[in-house]
Ligand binder design. Structure first.
Ligand SMILES: Cc1cc2nc3c(=O)[nH]c(=O)nc-3n(C[C@H](O)[C@H](O)[C@H](O)COP(=O)(O)O)c2cc1C
Length: 263
């Protein structure tokens, strides 16, 4: 009789409460389960990546106001023109392919990012290059520009987009596609009623000073978004990150260039 048959015969004869049998069963079970989990993780990764990309595209359509239930997200997204912007010069760059450039990875890369001394958005480093999306009219003129934004709330980094009208100052919308704030409190940043407040607000005043604010008390209608009730810390995070990305260290140079046809 072969060794393996011998082993199985001995194994079967062991009492069910024997320590050796328990250890063999537990080890085999762990091994099989880890194989199943590893196999699933490896095989599902590419599907997850595709779904993540589609979800990001859906968010871009939503913030630009062109999304509706049942829409072909990838087809509609193809009408947006992605481009990589050099945040130091405020100009477009063709150093990277906008379809594959990864802003999040770049923000961790010392060669592609800058450490922040003044860091109101609590992000540590700012990528030097960012992927933005242009929505054009049929005659080729600019309709909207969609810019990526991120920063720390209370529990998590919120990642999202802000959509600006062609004058690069009027806000069309703001929306986050990833965060881990508390449902019912900080996660109310996803509440359509709260998001609707952003539409029509202006980033700056007539002098070009950055005025937009998320606050409990209103300074003036044009630049004010109500802070979320019971979630002042997330609201402060959103206030800080919007000011950071729309300011000097963020997209300000690029927005000025885009407005003046110098990007
Ligand atoms: C379990 C728990 C979860 C919370 N989650 C959030 C949150 O996601 N965002 C936030 O700003 N505040 C959150 N808070 C409340 C904050 O601790 C803090 O009280 C609040 O931001 C103050 O806002 P208020 O001045 O509007 O009351 C949470 C509190 C608790 C106990």
């Amino acid at each position: 009789m072969s060794d393996s048959n011998n082993f199985f015969k001995k194994f079967k004869q062991m009492p069910v409460d024997s320590i050796t049998k328990t250890v063999i069963v537990a080890t085999t079970l762990c091994f099989v389960c880890s194989m199943v989990v590893s196999f699933a993780a490896v095989n599902l990764k590419s599907i997850q990546e595709v779904n993540k990309a589609i979800d990001k595209q859906k968010n871009i359509l939503q913030v630009a106001g062109v999304y509706y239930e049942g829409i072909d997200v990838q087809k509609t997204f193809s009408s947006f023109q992605p481009a990589v912007v050099d945040l130091n010069t405020g100009k477009f760059t063709d150093k990277f392919d906008p379809l594959s450039f990864d802003d999040k990875k770049a923000a961790q890369d010392p060669l592609l990012s800058t450490p922040l001394k003044d860091d109101p958005a609590s992000i540590g480093r700012r990528t030097n290059f960012a992927t933005i999306y242009l929505l054009k009219n049929t005659d080729g003129s600019l309709d909207k520009v969609i810019l990526p934004i991120h920063g720390y709330g209370l529990w998590s980094t919120l990642y999202g987009f802000i959509a600006l009208e062609k004058n690069c100052n009027d806000i069309f919308g703001l929306q986050f596609y990833q965060h881990a704030e508390t449902p019912g409190l900080g996660a109310e940043v996803d509440n359509p009623k709260w998001k609707a407040q952003w539409n029509g607000k202006k980033l700056t005043n007539a002098n070009g000073d950055l005025m937009i604010q998320v606050a409990k008390t209103k300074k003036d209608e044009n630049h004010h978004i109500d802070a979320l009730a019971g979630a002042t810390l997330t609201s402060n995070g959103v206030d800080n990150l919007v000011k950071f990305w729309m300011g000097e260290t963020g997209f300000k140079k690029f927005l000025n260039n885009l407005k003046n046809g110098a990007a």
